[in-house]
Ligand binder design. Structure first.
Ligand SMILES: NC(=O)c1ccc[n+]([C@@H]2O[C@H](COP(=O)([O-])OP(=O)(O)OC[C@H]3O[C@@H](n4cnc5c(N)ncnc54)[C@H](OP(=O)(O)O)[C@@H]3O)[C@@H](O)[C@H]2O)c1
Length: 280
């Protein structure tokens, strides 16, 4: 079983939420962690809190959608720690709103962050793992990558893409000893909703005939808060994946995520669709 101690792990989207909790947990477990996100101040504060001496944490500010920033992240990691053992592809956000109304450019932007940038960063990291015949890629998907919801189909389809990508990549990299897994969080209390509002309010505030349904969507999110998990629920799964010789293809959590995925497996699409609409 690969020990966490000494593993060099890049965590994207580490300035808040799941990425931050993951960085905290991995550092506690003895890993050397490279944290990345756009908000440099948050990253620096986290690095300082986790490791004031700067021996085991490196903060590299950058935008995952920038080719130059991605390259800098990889070179800075190699420069500081000499190798990479794992990449946790966590950076992401959600655009919501009716497909009819959200401009294609905004949809493209969401795919750029959640899917294409994840692929591009993985491409940069993979040669370093493959040549050493070891390593792990952890993609943060979502329950929404299996169960798409009305008015959230843009974000949900980015996470659906990660399902296929992760499965294909797992097979591709098996001969090279590189492990690949997908983690599917349910609803977790983070800055995700605020970021989604920032990205989507201009569309949801002017949604014309869809407006009453959007109100239902907001109420649905409020109800979900009752069962919401905390970021460390997911960080724990990341740690589990990184310390397994043979990680599960997918990890689901917390409990409500397992429940919804179980319904997806058990129920016909029509019935599940009805339940999803009821939730709103
Ligand atoms: N919270 C949930 O209920 C939930 C459920 C399922 C899946 N997820 C997934 O979990 C992951 C983490 O989300 P979270 O819930 O922890 O939300 P969060 O608190 O909003 O964290 C998102 C992180 O991604 C970073 N990020 C966003 N765009 C970026 C970009 N262009 N370049 C670099 N970093 C970027 C943000 O940092 P900066 O703004 O500083 O760049 C932030 O650190 C996401 O992939 C999300 O889709 C969340």
């Amino acid at each position: 079983m690969p020990a966490l101690t000494g593993q060099v792990v890049i965590v994207t989207g580490a300035s808040s939420g799941i990425g931050e909790a993951t960085a905290r947990r991995l550092v506690r477990g003895g890993a050397k962690v490279v944290i990345s996100a756009r908000r440099a101040e948050q990253l620096q504060a986290l690095a300082q809190a986790l490791d004031p001496a700067g021996a085991s944490v490196l903060a590299v500010a950058g935008d995952v959608t920038s080719d130059a920033d991605r390259r800098h992240l990889v070179t800075a990691t190699l420069g500081k720690f000499g190798r990479i053992d794992a990449l946790v592809n966590n950076a992401g956000y959600g655009t919501r709103g009716p497909v009819e109304i959200v401009p294609v450019d905004a949809i493209r932007k969401n795919f750029e962050t959640n899917v294409f940038s994840l692929i591009a960063l993985t491409q940069l990291v993979l040669p370093h793992l493959r040549e050493r015949g070891t390593g792990c890629i952890v993609n943060i998907g979502s329950v929404a990558g299996k169960i798409a919801r009305p008015l959230s189909s843009i974000y949900d389809s980015t996470k659906h893409a990660l399902e296929a990508l992760t499965d294909g990549l797992r097979g591709e990299l098996k001969p090279f000893g590189v492990r690949v897994t997908l983690i599917r969080p349910g609803f977790i209390l983070t800055e995700f909703i605020d970021a989604a509002s920032k990205a989507s309010d201009q569309y949801t505030d002017n949604a014309g005939p869809y407006t009453p349904y959007l109100e239902g969507f907001r109420v649905g999110y409020k109800k979900l808060r009752l069962v919401a998990g905390v970021p460390d629920d997911i960080a724990r799964l990341v740690e589990k994946a990184l310390t397994s010789d043979n990680p599960a293809p997918r990890y689901n959590g917390p409990l409500h995520a397992k429940f919804f995925l179980c319904l997806k497996w058990l129920l016909p699409d029509r019935v599940l669709g009805f339940i999803v609409r009821l939730r709103q």
